[in-house]
Write a protein that binds this ligand. Structure first.
Ligand code: AMP
Length: 286
């Protein structure tokens, strides 16, 4: 695996591969890699693409300075995992490579309603910072395919709109959420949970499953949400921020399961002060 810190070195490498006729798959990450990230790397390699992974903890998308400061950065272990998975290139920029000195500009992009609800409401400025870094990374790497996880479903929806609005020549591929054996969605932040909280956080997945069952039995949407929020606040130290059942494209609330052919349930729960998010696609007609 090659590691590049500078944009120009990465570009030279990409240009070389392209001139040989190869395609490029790209997985942007913030590091502290786990099986969820690696499943995206594997999908890209499986598609026969040269696979570039970036690790960059983007300060502009953190609305909480404490979260930014405490974000895990086990770079040696990350490199080991990427080599083991067969990654072609690690792009490891620093702030100045992404935001050159004196460049305080930002893209003119308004995702609209899909960025105003849920994470958009609870993490002011987060999606603006996320869209900015994804745009800048896409301009640098110019991949054929961009791989992102369903785990961050709202993020993925906003990136899809970014690609659409800016007519970016890249295909977005969604990878399924990879979970711990107890159902907890893998996340770099999970390492900050106590052992007990990590075990109890299985309640997030089981609540999504139980709510799905109620949804399939046509229980009223409001009562499903209410029961879910109750279940998610059962344990001490668990503080649910939202549990929403929406149309997976518009993110508008649905009143009954017949309102949408693409229903997604999304939730965020603060556990020991750490925000955990998860979601589940409940219906999708092709
Ligand atoms: P992050 O490092 O948290 O910015 O995540 C980088 C990419 O990995 C994003 O596209 C995430 O959606 C994806 N990802 C994170 N956790 C998981 C997971 N448990 N399963 C699948 N993809 C994930």
């Amino acid at each position: 695996m090659e590691t590049f810190n500078r944009v120009s070195d990465l570009r030279n490498w990409i240009q070389q591969r392209r001139s040989e006729g190869f395609t490029i798959g790209f997985i942007p990450t913030m590091g502290a890699l786990h099986a969820g990230h690696l499943s995206l790397v594997e999908a890209s390699i499986g598609n026969g693409d040269y696979t570039i992974v970036s690790i960059y903890v983007n300060p502009r998308q953190f609305n909480d300075p404490d979260d930014l400061q405490k974000y895990p950065r086990p770079i040696e272990e990350d490199i080991r995992l990427l080599v083991e998975t067969g990654t072609s290139v690690l792009f490891l920029p620093d702030d100045n490579d992404i935001y050159p000195a004196g460049d305080s500009s930002s893209i003119d992009f308004d995702p609209g309603y899909v960025a105003e609800v849920m994470e958009g409401k609870f993490r002011q400025g987060h999606f603006k910072g996320m869209a900015e870094v994804v745009y800048r990374l896409l301009m640098i790497v110019q991949p054929d395919k961009l791989y992102m996880g369903q785990k961050d479903f709202q993020q993925l929806t906003i990136v899809r709109k970014l690609i659409h609005d800016f007519r970016l020549p890249v295909m977005l591929e969604m990878g399924q959420t990879v979970r711990e054996p107890n159902g907890l969605a893998m996340s770099s932040r999970n390492v900050r949970l106590s052992e007990e909280a990590r075990t109890k956080s299985a309640i997030i997945y089981s609540t999504l499953m139980e709510s799905k069952r109620m949804f399939e039995e046509d229980d009223p949407i409001e009562s499903i949400k209410e029961k879910a929020l109750q279940a998610l606040s059962l344990y001490e130290g668990f503080d649910p921020e939202y549990f929403e059942i929406v149309d997976g494209i518009t993110f508008r609330d649905i009143q009954s399961r017949h309102d949408s052919q693409f229903v997604v349930a999304l939730t965020a729960v603060k556990v020991e002060g750490i925000r955990l998010i998860d979601n589940m696609i409940w219906t999708r007609s092709e």
